[in-house]
Design a protein around this ligand. Structure first.
Ligand code: SUG
Length: 446
C-alpha cells in the first residue's frame, strides 16, 4: 500500500495550438477566438509545469499530441488526392471545418480518460476508459487516438485494463477525469470515486444556457466498466448555475485529493446532501473528509471561473502535506488569492501554493488541472507501463529542444490551410515518436 504514488500524465501541447473559438460555453475559448497563438510558448509553459512537479517529487509522464490536421477524417467525407492537396481544398471550401480538424485540444488530458486505480476495482487492475468527448465536434475526434496511445502505454494486461470510448451520441457524453474526483485516506487506500454529471440524458430536465457535456448515463457506464462496487461510487449533479456561469467541466469549480474536497459553494446542485453522503461512505472506507469550500459571499462564481482557482493541482508531497499548483490568474484575482491564503493559514491539510504562467493554455480555458491525467499506481504498475513516456529532468530538456526545433512562435488560423504546415507537423510528430519510443502511433505513419 505504501509504494503507491500519483503519476501525472500531462498533455504535450501540440504544434497546431490555436484559438479557434470552438467551445460554446467555455468563456475563454469564445473570448479569444481569432487571436494569434504561440504554440512554442504553450508547449514550453506545459513542460515547465512538468519540471516543477518533478522537482517536488511527483512522478511525471506525458501523453503525445494527436495528428492534426486530421487527414483521415477529411478522406472519410470525400476529399481525395495527395494529403497536401486535401488540406488546401478543405481550407478553400470551409476554413471552419478545417479548423475543427486541426485543434490541439487533446493537450487537456484531464479529458483523455477516466481512471480508477487498482484499490477500487473488482479485479485489482488499473482501469482506464478513453473519453468520447462527444459534446464538441473538434474534441469528438480524440477518443480513437487516445485509446491507441493508452493501449501503447498501459499495454501490460496483468496490471491495466484500457477500455474504448463509449458510443458517440447525446446519451453517453463522457468528458473523462474532468468530471471525476477520488477521495481516500491515501493514494493506495480504497477510494470513493465521485462522478459528476451535467445532465441526465434519459428523463432529465435542465434549464441551461450552455451545453452540459457529461451525462449520468456515461458516468454510470464508466463505473460499471471499471468494476467499481457501490461502496466506491457517488453520482453527483453539477449545479446549473455553475454550467451557466461557464463551468463547462466540474474541474473548473472543484478539485479533490486524499481526504480533501476543495470546491465552490455553487459547484454542485445539493452541497449538504453531497457532504453527508461523502461522510457516510468515507466512514466505511476509512477516511474523514475535509471540505474546503469557497462561499459565494466571498467569491462570486465569476471570480472562480476567471481565476481558475479550482482548476489547480492539489498534490500530496512526500512529507504528507498538500500543496496547490495554480494558474497565475488566481494570484491576480483578489478573492481567489485571499481564499488560498486563508486555507493555508488555517493550519489544515494545505501547506503551500505555487502560481504558474500557463497563459497560452488558459486562453483556451485550460488550467493546470486540465493539462494532467492522474494515475495512482503502485511500484509494480509504474514499472509495467511504457517507460518512454516517463519524464526525467533530462527527458524534459530533450522535449524542450524538440519544441524549439519544430514549433512556430506565431500561428494564425489561416496558416493551417498550407501544405508546408502539414509537412512541418508530420516531421515534428515523427521525431517525437522516436523520442518517446512509441513506434508508429499515428495514421500517417502506418
Ligand atoms: O474542451 N478548450 C477545451 C478546454 C478543456 C479544458 N479541460 C478541462 N477543464 N478539463 C474544451 O473546451 C478550445 C479550443 C478552441 O477554441 O480553439 C477548447 O477546446
Amino acid at each position: 500500500m505504501n509504494d503507491f504514488s500519483e503519476m501525472n500524465f500531462d498533455g504535450l501541447v501540440g504544434p497546431t495550438h490555436n484559438y479557434a473559438g470552438l467551445s460554446h460555453g467555455n468563456l475563454a475559448s469564445n473570448h479569444n477566438k481569432g487571436r494569434v497563438s504561440n504554440p512554442k510558448a504553450a508547449a514550453l509553459q506545459g513542460l515547465s509545469k512538468m519540471r516543477k512537479l518533478l522537482s517536488m517529487g511527483i512522478p511525471q509522464a506525458v501523453l503525445p499530441p494527436h495528428e492534426r490536421p486530421f487527414i483521415p477524417a477529411l478522406r472519410q467525407i470525400g476529399y481525395s488526392g495527395d494529403d497536401g492537396h486535401i488540406v488546401e481544398r478543405a481550407f478553400a471550401d470551409n476554413p471552419a471545418l478545417l479548423s475543427n480538424l486541426s485543434s490541439a485540444s487533446c493537450m487537456w488530458t484531464a479529458n483523455a480518460a477516466t481512471v480508477s486505480p487498482s484499490p477500487d476495482t473488482d479485479d485489482g487492475r488499473v482501469h482506464l476508459t478513453a473519453a468520447n468527448l462527444t459534446a464538441m465536434p473538434h474534441r469528438a475526434l480524440e477518443g480513437r487516438q487516445t485509446y491507441r496511445a493508452l493501449k501503447a502505454i498501459f499495454k501490460n494486461e496483468a496490471h491495466f485494463a484500457v477500455h474504448e470510448a463509449l458510443p458517440h451520441g447525446s446519451l453517453f457524453g463522457d468528458e473523462g477525469a474532468a468530471n471525476h474526483n477520488r477521495m481516500s485516506a491515501s493514494h493506495g487506500a480504497k477510494g470513493l470515486e465521485l462522478f459528476v454529471h451535467g445532465r441526465q440524458a434519459l428523463g432529465g430536465a435542465a434549464n441551461l444556457k450552455f451545453p452540459a457535456r457529461q451525462t449520468l448515463e456515461a458516468s454510470q457506464a464508466v463505473a460499471r466498466l471499471h468494476g467499481l462496487g457501490a461502496a466506491h461510487v457517488i453520482h453527483i449533479s453539477q449545479s446549473p448555475d455553475a454550467i451557466n456561469a461557464g463551468a463547462f467541466h466540474n474541474d473548473v469549480v472543484c478539485v479533490a485529493n486524499g481526504n480533501v474536497l476543495l470546491f465552490h459553494e455553487q459547484a454542485f446542485e445539493n452541497v449538504a446532501a453531497l457532504k453527508s453522503q461523502i461522510q457516510a461512505q468515507g466512514d466505511k472506507l476509512g477516511f474523514e473528509p475535509v471540505f474546503l469550500m469557497a462561499p459565494r459571499a466571498d467569491m462570486p462564481l465569476s471570480d472562480a471561473i476567471k481565476s481558475y482557482l479550482f482548476n489547480s493541482q492539489l498534490i500530496t508531497l512526500e512529507s504528507g502535506e498538500m500543496h496547490l499548483i495554480l494558474p497565475i490568474e488566481a494570484q491576480e484575482t483578489p478573492s481567489a488569492k485571499a481564499f488560498v491564503e486563508s486555507c493555508i493559514a488555517a493550519n489544515g491539510p494545505l501547506s503551500g501554493a505555487d502560481y504558474l504562467d500557463l497563459r497560452q493554455s488558459m486562453s483556451n480555458g485550460g488550467g493546470p488541472a486540465c493539462l494532467r491525467l492522474r494515475v495512482q499506481m503502485n511500484a509494480a504498475q509504474r514499472k509495467a507501463l511504457h517507460q518512454g513516456v516517463v519524464m526525467s529532468a533530462d527527458k524534459i530538456t530533450a522535449l524542450e529542444d524538440w519544441v524549439k526545433t519544430h514549433y512556430r512562435d506565431r500561428l494564425d488560423i489561416k496558416d493551417i490551410g498550407d501544405r508546408a504546415f502539414l509537412n512541418e507537423m508530420r516531421t515534428a510528430l515523427d521525431s517525437l515518436t522516436q523520442l518517446l519510443d512509441l513506434g508508429a502511433l499515428y495514421d500517417f505513419q502506418r
